[in-house]
Design a protein around this ligand. Structure first.
Ligand SMILES: CC(C)(COP(=O)(O)OP(=O)(O)OC[C@H]1O[C@@H](n2cnc3c(N)ncnc32)[C@H](O)[C@@H]1OP(=O)(O)O)[C@@H](O)C(=O)NCCC(=O)NCCS
Length: 170
């Protein structure tokens, strides 16, 4: 069975599988309805990572309002983690944000979620504040990556991409 996952836009047909994965991963999962509603909105971009013979092993989403993009979700199936899928989904989300005309990207992440924060730091996200009680049981760290069309940011992305290439992950 191939280890390689393809990343492509999420379709309505993917939603049952995505929602099943969401339930396995999150304590307060989005419902199927939320995914349908999100996918129906024009300023959203949703992606899935799909492995031949396995199915959907990751997904991610973005909304764009004028020059600001907001990452709404990012998840990788537990057994598929630490093989750069999160990084590849982030690469494509950032590309989608740029294509949609964004200059900055923000997200919220659990204060305790050090792994995800390290991933976001690779993409130039820096902490700017807290959202108290954003989650049922925890505060959120708010992170921003600014000036994503600038040269510095583009060379950061090239660095991430060349690490992926060196590791044989693209
Ligand atoms: C966060 C998540 C999407 C990362 O997916 P992934 O495919 O494992 O990510 P990658 O393999 O691309 O990891 C890239 C880097 O992020 C950091 N990282 C990711 N997971 C980590 C962990 N558990 N602990 C420490 N660092 C971690 C590392 O620096 C890693 O690089 P390395 O493997 O070369 O050390 C995945 O762990 C997940 O789905 N978690 C549950 C849902 C979640 O927390 N989503 C984020 C919500 S804000």
């Amino acid at each position: 069975m191939s280890e390689f996952a393809f990343i492509r836009p999420m379709t309505r047909n993917d939603i049952p599988a995505v929602a099943t994965l969401e339930q396995r991963i999150y304590d307060s999962p989005w419902s199927v309805r939320v995914f349908y509603d999100e996918l129906a909105m024009e300023n959203r971009r949703y992606l899935v990572a799909e492995r031949d013979g396995v199915g959907i092993v990751g997904y991610a989403g973005l909304l764009v309002v004028e020059s600001d993009a907001h990452i709404t979700t990012l998840a990788v199936e537990p057994r598929a983690r630490r093989h750069s899928l999160g990084t590849r989904l982030m690469m494509d989300l950032v590309a989608a944000a740029i294509e949609s005309g964004a200059d900055h990207i923000t997200l919220e992440v659990r204060m305790s979620n050090q792994g995800a924060q390290r991933l976001y730091q690779k993409f130039g996200f820096a902490p700017v504040g807290l959202r108290k009680d954003y989650y049922r049981d925890e505060d959120a760290l708010v992170m921003w990556a600014n000036d994503i069309n600038g040269l510095d940011y583009q060379s950061r992305l090239m660095g991430v991409r060349s690490d992926l290439t060196a590791a044989g992950h693209v």
